[in-house]
Structure formats: C-alpha cells, structure tokens
Design a protein around this ligand. Structure first.
Ligand SMILES: *Cc1c(COP(=O)(O)O)cnc(C)c1O
Length: 366
C-alpha cells in the first residue's frame, strides 16, 4: 500500500465539475483581474473569520508582506516572531527592511512562547507576529496584553490555521490583522497560489487595498509604494467551490488525528498537545519521536509520505546569519527541529491507510 502525505487528486475528484463550471464563468466574463468572484470570496472569508474586512492577496507570503507595508513597518523597525515556522514569516519582515527578532517556542504547542516576548521589546519594536503552527492558534491572550501595553501591532500568520479557534475567537481575527494562504496544501487550498489578509480596522483595510495595487488611489496617483499583490479571480472561483467543504474537511482531519493519537497512547510517540479552549484544524499532524531520521527512512521504504516541518529553525538559516544568532540560542525550537515529523492526515485517508501508517511506525519502535 502507498500512503502519500497529501492526495489532492482525491479531493479534486469530488468537486471537479463545479470547479470547471466556476472557472468557465470567469473565462466567459473575461473579467481576468479582480471582479465579483474575488469580492464574493473576500466577503465570505470575512464572515468566516468574524472580521469586518478581507483583502484577497496573491499568496500567503504577499498577504504578510502587504500587511507589514500597510502598517508602515520598515527600516529601523523590529518585529518579534518565532523561529519555528515556514520561511515566509521572517522573510517578509526582512524584505520590508525591518529586523526579525526571534523568541523561542513553547515545546508543547510549538508556537511562540509569550513569556519570552517582553524581555526582547525595545524602542524599535513595532509588531509581534505569532504563527499558528500546524493549525493551532498561538496563546493569543498574553500576546495581545503585551502588545496593548507596548502599543505594538499584532500580525497573525494564520496561513496554517484558517477557521481554527482560540477561546471562541477565530484565527486571524484576534490581532490587528491576520494572514491566510491558499497554497494547495493548506486546509483551504486553491489551484495555485493565493492568500488573504483580514482585519476589522477600517484604516488598515484601506491601506491593504492600496498596497495590493501599487499604492495607487485614484488610478495612476501613487501616495504609497505598494506592489501587485492581487488575488487571481480563477483562484477565487475555485476557492468559492471549496469553501463550503472546509468545515467538513477540517472535521475529517480532526477525526484522523484522534485515531492516530489513540493508537499512539502509551508508546514513545508524542502526539500533538491541544491547548485548552483551542479547536485545531490539523493542517499538519505532527508527532515527536526518538530516532526521527531513521523513522523517516523506514516510512519511505514502506511508501508512506512524511515531512519535517521544519528542519532548520529560522535563526540558524544562512540568510539570517547577519542577525548574529547561534546554535543554542533557541533550544526548544532546535530540539523540535530534530524530533518532529508530520504524518498523512488529509481528509480522504482510508481506515486501511491509517492502520498501515500506525502499524508501520509501531513496528519500527518494537
Ligand atoms: C504557507 C505558509 C506561508 C506562505 O504562504 P504562501 O501562500 O505559500 O506564500 C506563510 N507562513 C506559514 C506559516 C505558512 O504555512
């Protein structure tokens, strides 16, 4: 048996006709930039997130980049974030000319440890960027409290956590703004790149709309320097077909996660810790294991897909050497990078596939 980490074809087969119909509507209208599909998706995502506004963006990365630009963050500024995330989080901070300042993670949730934030705040700090890793919202209450006291913006990198909740609040709707990715492997994935920023701040919303379109308002009058960060209407059309399924798909991921977690009880395999009052969407199901790299080879030999998110914490990436961090500075992130492993969790996994994954892993540790 083969068990891929993700099987997009299985999902596409269930919605193919509707996706093609929606894409055809865009093509027939020849409204190839912006238009009603983009607006409809923005309205629906704003509603889903319980936010006033949503601005479609060309990717999750551009959603983050445009948010930082819209907040006026640039050279001389510092943004506090986690080193245990996808590169884009800190990459965008550096791209606007600001300095990423890393603090270590909470080893149980892998999210930024709020207790470590205050000591690194300086006069230059402008924002905190928590990441909701694997589909679990970071501990936002203390983060919002610290940000409030120091008058900092909070940009949520919610790229892996659309519709996840924290104490009844939606991911992306807790901070100043929240950024989503529609990369195909995300819970709500397009048929290419796409993203969105949500906010309830009207001024920020206007800035985001300007930044998305070269800072122009009206056309050809540029008060700000923005970029082309527009969401493609063909992506919006496909996403509108997928959105009504998001709750069910995330529920199936939670069911798969519960299955694994039960089977791995009382073994050496550490399963994901779900913080109180959080509902996860399991964009990834990540275990923590001894002899991780040997297990990877064992799974590969058995044709089971798996992935390490992420093998090198950002403070140790070559491109960030200029920041002056060294090995040992973020011990929990570094330890996690050596021990974590994501298993297949996608909604369409069959019982036989899950049983095979469990059996193959338990056999390895026998
Ligand atoms: C996917 C992801 C991004 C970037 O999204 P793209 O749409 O691929 O640009 C940023 N941050 C995190 C945490 C992500 O998982």
């Amino acid at each position: 048996m083969q068990v891929p980490l993700l099987d997009l074809k299985a999902q596409y087969a269930t919605i193919k006709d509707e996706v093609l119909k929606q894409i055809n509507e865009v093509l027939d209208s020849q409204q190839c930039i912006g238009g009603p599909k983009v607006t409809e998706l923005e309205n629906k995502i704003a509603e889903l997130c319980e936010c006033k506004y949503a601005v479609g963006m060309s990717s999750g990365t551009d959603a983050i980049l445009a948010s930082l630009m819209a907040l006026g963050i640039g050279p001389g500024d510092e943004v506090i974030t986690t080193p245990f995330t996808f590169f884009a989080t800190a990459g965008c901070i550096a791209r606007v000319g600001a300095k990423p300042v890393f603090v270590d993670i909470d080893p149980t949730t892998y999210n930024i440890n709020p207790a470590l934030i205050e000591p690194v705040i300086t006069k230059k700090t402008k924002a905190i960027m928590p990441v909701h890793l694997y589909g679990q919202v970071a501990d936002m209450d203390p983060i919002m409290q610290i940000a409030g006291q120091a008058s900092l913006a909070v940009v949520e990198d919610a790229c892996q956590a659309i519709s996840a909740t924290y104490k009844g609040k939606k991911a992306g709707a807790i901070g100043t703004c929240g950024c989503f990715s529609f990369f195909p492997s995300k819970n709500l994935g397009g048929i290419g790149d796409g993203g969105m920023t949500v906010t309830s701040d009207e001024d920020l919303y206007k800035m985001l709309v300007w930044m998305r379109n070269h800072g122009s308002e009206p056309k050809y009058y540029h008060k700000y320097i923005g970029g082309n960060f527009r969401l493609d209407p063909i992506q919006a059309a496909a996403l509108l077909v997928k959105l009504p399924h998001l709750a069910d798909w995330s529920q199936m991921r939670r069911k798969n996660a519960a299955f694994y977690t039960k089977k791995f009880k009382k073994t050496v395999i550490q399963t994901p810790v779900i913080a109180d009052d959080c509902e996860l969407i399991f964009n990834q199901y990540v275990i923590r294991v001894p002899r991780r790299d040997e297990l990877v080879r064992h799974l590969q030999a058995n044709k089971i897909g798996c992935e390490i998110y992420y093998p090198v914490p950002l403070h140790l990436q070559e491109c960030f050497a200029y920041l002056g961090y060294k090995a040992g500075d973020m011990p929990e992130a570094e330890k996690a990078a050596r021990e974590v492993l994501a298993l297949p969790i996608y909604p369409e996994l069959t019982d036989e596939m899950k049983e095979f994954v469990v059996k193959t892993i338990l056999d390895f540790y026998k």
